[in-house]
Design a protein around this ligand. Structure first.
Ligand code: NAD
Length: 356
């Protein structure tokens, strides 16, 4: 298979982890006889520094011309501590999602048995946990009208959803539920919010079209509690942008670390595959970032955008093998991990390649 992949490392540890992700894609191409070509593009803080724009036109053109995008992260402490900055790295990310019509964010929470101890939740509560989140990505309070009033002393953001936005992500989640345990949990705040009442109405209206899928509705506050109390109760979950953002970060603790979780953003055009973590400036340049979320993002890319299931599974099996052999990056190590098994980013990449 011939495919063109755009690497968009972005900021902070984005560069370090996508380097390993690309090495893994290269090895897969070699092993399975595919031809992957690559290009690179700027986004976020590095793009602002180079062009003044967090999503330069050249990057968008390259994104539209590629078959899939392996993405790193955006963000820089300079902006985190300056709420008044008009141009910000995250604007690049949000505009990319909107421009490419990436309305569905898939976040599989897959727990590797070897990391049961790395989680702060008890192993007996976690074992066997396997969740697939569908977070809506181009609507909600992140894209609604926002404003400062009253000389800057009052501010508002608008939580807004249209029926078609809810329906298109809900259909993806219903379809996925069909291929798994046939259970779908929809998370909203319909007891308080009008946009959530619309959300629930759409899900209820669609449900008869999927009679084989059992639908459960949960309020976001209850879902946040249940996720820690009984994570195995969750299978396919569909929720809005804000609730999904928070709930999936919470769920990252099930997997032991942010450094283990991959995501896929898909919709109308090229799919974007990225770790759920940010640019992690506290560890940037130290060579200690966990590259496995980027590697697992590459596995999702092969599966979802190219339909290469065996290739994707080969990557997951290699991650499993490396963890079984006892290798850990610092974020997933514990006090019992022998010092010679704690690897940096590049060394973890090298171990993975050996297993591929
Ligand atoms: P973060 O995910 O960057 O880091 C949170 C914590 O997890 C840090 O202690 C970090 O060291 C650790 N961590 C994250 N990824 C890791 C990895 N691969 N290996 C080892 N440890 C890892 O979140 P934050 O600190 O809240 O945000 C930092 C910047 O990233 C901010 O500017 C924020 O806006 C941005 N951000 C970007 C995205 C994105 O690009 N999609 C997502 C979240 C945050």
């Amino acid at each position: 298979m011939k495919k063109h992949i755009l690497i968009v490392p972005g900021d902070g540890i984005g560069q370090e982890v996508t380097t390993v992700g690309k090495q893994v894609l290269d090895r897969i191409a070699e092993k399975f006889g595919h031809e992957f070509t690559y290009d690179e593009a700027l986004i976020g803080h590095v793009a602002i520094e180079a062009t003044g724009d967090p999503l330069p036109e050249e990057t968008l053109v390259k994104m539209r011309a590629s078959d899939a995008i392996l993405f790193g992260a955006v963000g820089h402490p300079k902006y985190d501590n300056d709420p008044s900055a008009k141009v910000r790295p995250e604007q690049g990310l949000l505009r990319m999602r909107k421009e490419l019509g990436l309305y569905a964010n898939l976040r599989p929470i897959k727990l590797f048995d070897e990391l049961l101890e790395a989680s702060s939740i008890k192993p007996e509560i976690l074992k066997g946990c396997d969740i697939l989140f569908f977070r809506e990505l181009t609507g909600d309070v992140y894209f609604g009208k926002r404003e400062r009033l009253d000389d800057g002393n009052t501010a508002y953001d608008t939580m807004i959803y249209s029926k078609y936005e809810v329906e298109r992500i809900a259909r993806k989640a219903f379809e996925a539920a069909r291929t798994r345990s046939k259970k779908l949990m929809s998370v909203d705040k319909a007891n308080v919010l009008e946009s959530s009442r619309l959300w629930r109405e759409v899900i209820q209206k669609l449900a008869p079209e999927y009679p084989d899928v059992e639908v459960e509705h949960q309020f976001i506050d209850a879902a946040a509690m249940l996720l820690i109390k009984d994570p195995r109760r969750f299978d396919v979950v569909v929720t809005g942008n804000l609730f999904g953002d928070i709930l999936t970060d919470e769920a990252s603790q099930i997997a032991g670390s942010m450094g283990m979780l991959a995501s896929a953003s898909v919709g109308d055009s090229t799919g974007v595959y990225e770790p759920i973590h940010g640019s992690a400036h506290d560890i940037t340049g130290k060579g200690v970032a966990n590259p496995l979320a980027s590697v697992l993002s590459a596995a999702l890319l092969l599966d979802i955008s190219f339909g290469l299931k065996a290739e994707s599974e080969a990557i997951i099996a290699a991650v499993d093998a490396v963890l079984k052999a006892g290798f850990r990056t610092r974020d997933i190590a514990n006090s019992e991990t022998p010092a010679d098994k704690i690897l940096g980013t590049d060394a973890m990449g090298a171990e993975l390649l050996k297993n591929l």
